[in-house]
Design a protein. Sequence first.
Length: 1021
Amino acid sequence: MMNIAELAITKKSFFLFLTLVLSIAGVIAYFSMGKLEDPEFTIKTAVIITPYPGASPTEVENEVSDHVEKAVMRLDQLDYVQTESRPGVSIAHVHLKEDIPADEVPQHWDRLRHRIADIRPDLPPGAGEPEIIDDFGDVYGVLIALTGEDYSYSELLDYAEMIQKELLLADEVARVEIWGQQQETVFVDISRARLAELDLSMNQVMGFLESSSMAADAGKADLGRERVRFVLGGQFESVQDIRELELGYARHPELESMIQLGDIAEVRRGYLDPPATLIRHDGQKALAIGVSTVSGGNVVHMGQQVQDALESLQDRLPVGVQTDFVAFQADKVTEAINTFMLNLLQAVTIVILLLLVFMGIRSGLIIGSGLLLTILVTFTLMLALGMDMDRVSLGALIISLGMIVDNAIVVTEGMLVKIQTGTRRLQAAVESVRETGWPLLGATLVAVFAFMPIVLASDDTGEYTRGLFLVIAISLISSWILAMTLTPLWCHMFLRRGKAQGQEPSDPYAGRIYQLYRRLLHLCLRRKKSLLAGMALLFVLAVMGFYLVDKTFFPPSTRPQLKLDYWLPEGTRIHSTSQDLQKVEEDILKHPGVESVTSFIGEGAPRFYLAMEPHMPNPSFGQVIVNLYRASDLDEVKEYARGYLEENYPHAQPRVRKFPMGPPVEFSVEVRFSGPDAQVLRGLARQAEDIMYNDPDSREVRSDWRQMVKTYDLDYSQSRGIRFGVTREDAARAVKLNFDGLQAGLYREGDRMLPIILRPPEESRQRLEDMFALDVRPMGETRGAPLGQVVSSATLGWEEGVIIRRDRQKTITAQCEADQGGGQALMERIRSDIEAIELPPGYRMQWGGEYEQSRDSQKEVFSGVPISFLFMALAVVALFNTLRQPLIIAMVLPLAMIGVTLGLLATSQPFGFMALLGTLSLSGMLIKNVVVLLDRIDNNLASGEEPYQGLVNASVSRLRPVMMATLSTVMGMTPLLLDIFWLSMAIAIICGLTFASVLTLLVAPVLYALFFGIKTPEGNT
């Protein structure tokens, strides 16, 4: 049967044409692939919002949240449900198990809808319809601020909707949403004293407004062959119509005419106050427009379409109305891809230069060409599999460079040696592929299997890093195929012929470096026990030293943006939050490194970056997105903002952070306490917070229940209410009308509906002392009683601002951040003290934060390690058909931790998730090298060489391939040292692989000699 290398050489024209086709396809694939800054992962969280107006947090908890939790916990793939019971609203976060495939998530949300629909009859009267938000994970990669200080919110909304319609025409755009719009309202401010003079009541005015604004069904009538609907006029068509609403004839001696609403009330348009949310951009009021990309779309193309659309709209926007980007993912993606492509080109250039120096110009160009072609083939297959180009996929290519060239190096080295010893080029190609083909395939598969735990991990982190396995698998298998076909062809075409007949063949291993290695190997083989004892000692020291390495999860992002979360005490008015942040914005903008600031007051910014968690509405909360000119200023601006806030806003709880990278974690250190009593939980959380405060590296210590809030408790008397015919609901309506106002109908204007709010003038709304004189009347009645007659007392009280439950148990979380060190290092320092807190019966404690996320992710990865090692073991055993060689590999493998630990300690880098992946990948690289070495030794011994000499010769023959593969990987990864995401992985691989080369070239031959009883002859030096 024809050897595959012989086939490639004899069919030279076809394979050269195939090379051209693959190259062109790779270039086309590069420009056609979707491009992202970071890999996508599915947010498996939905939010259920159920209003219950007027209810306290405890009432919301017991009457709404409890029913929602019961329904949610019937989902078979639920991870956990967390509810927040706030005054008047229940908010439930439903988290599915992370091992659910992304394409099955919508089915679970459909089941959730059915479960929630089933409990609707069980909710109390007055509770609203539960709203299920299952697009909580949608990313609006383009976030636009629309400003116009001299324009009203209604005018800005008109322009925002015009932009929205235009953007939706772009084929790469999926959704366009608008945030920050203010609810336009018609206010009817009417004096109770004026009403009393005219013998009218608020209830009567409300009845007039409601009856005149409601849609009225007048029925239908037959008209010949048709059925015609009656349309009853009289609805409000303008605000003036509301002013002219007739209330009847006056019963006042000075007035004998028909009374219109405008005679006794101020009727005006305005905006709901207090507003639910506010947005400002660089100090100007703003609306935010978010744009998301279609699934599988190209973010860069979408960004260009958005820019083109905005440019085309400039002529239709008036002077003073401006658009500015708060977030523009296309730029971030382009910058990230360009940076990584530069890193990749640098790495490829470094590798090719190394090959040229150490392998010679011809051999170096052959191997370098194979490397470039492998990368292009990888791009083609990535496009075919629907993969995107992002940080992880391009980083995977850089990681695999050394392993990619290793296959070509071994084949080229084999042919080069044979040609130098006089073998004809065709025969050299055939023999080299025959000798190395299966060992290289086995070693390549072993290297691929080393990354298998990544693809087997089913959580968010596994989904985020899955491209690492796929790209490495594609590139390594492609490199083996090309090494078996095109590399022999190119070597046959371009390598120089060997010695002419009659000339003495040269010794390819006669160089000084080979001789030095040979003498070192002889020394190690004579002192086997000393070498192995030394390695065992180093391994023990490495295990001990590993406990000194900081632990982390994912590093922060280097995108030139900061996120400033600003919390005032629970219960603070949104206007107070806005006033504070207005000054914060002004002062932060003064920093020369700051380009723009955008504030979201009353809620967080929409999810414009996948690894961020939007904050739910809260008037005491605001979030400022700070855009910088340069990422290099991140730390400086962060410290400036922190210092400024701590000095000027001691009453607040500010938090300045870089954006996370990978799955988000709210606080790096969190400890949860669960149990039945809220006050006991607060006491436990305070103990944990005190312990956190005492650590000098902790900052931003708090609990997620935050402060209790003031209430004004009115003690309604049931007996008095019955006496005056006034119910508790009547009293509540009277108080609400006096301070907030009540909706009394709708005013329709085009496609918008403006609520009509009836209330007293502002000066009356602000006086608590007049509250007991409020006239309380049942609806439809002309007589009532003052509020003071049905309320026996009024006192200031306190209640929980929020009650959080996790899986139906009250749960409070104490939280903090590490100032300088890692979150997990801080957690380890305070762990024993917090775990020593005495828990009453029925209470429990759990660690959350970075520790929990890292633990769960590592658990997912490690769950795939046995399968990965099983496949590697099967490949190695199948290759050698014996157990001794696999045992040698198993003994060498753990020793790689010596280099990893030394590297992380020397550079003060933490061991995080990416370092873990680097360590796993290192095992594949080490096994690959050892497999090829052991196979060469077996071949030498099988060919009849004296055992000791065959062992030494095989080891010497692997010196250049091993060192070249190591140098290629190490030098190729140096660009990743500048990227914080890859830094710890790069150090783990660089230091681990450098030491692993020593293991391959010295320890593996020594173990082989011990396992196979090869004696060291006397006198060898």
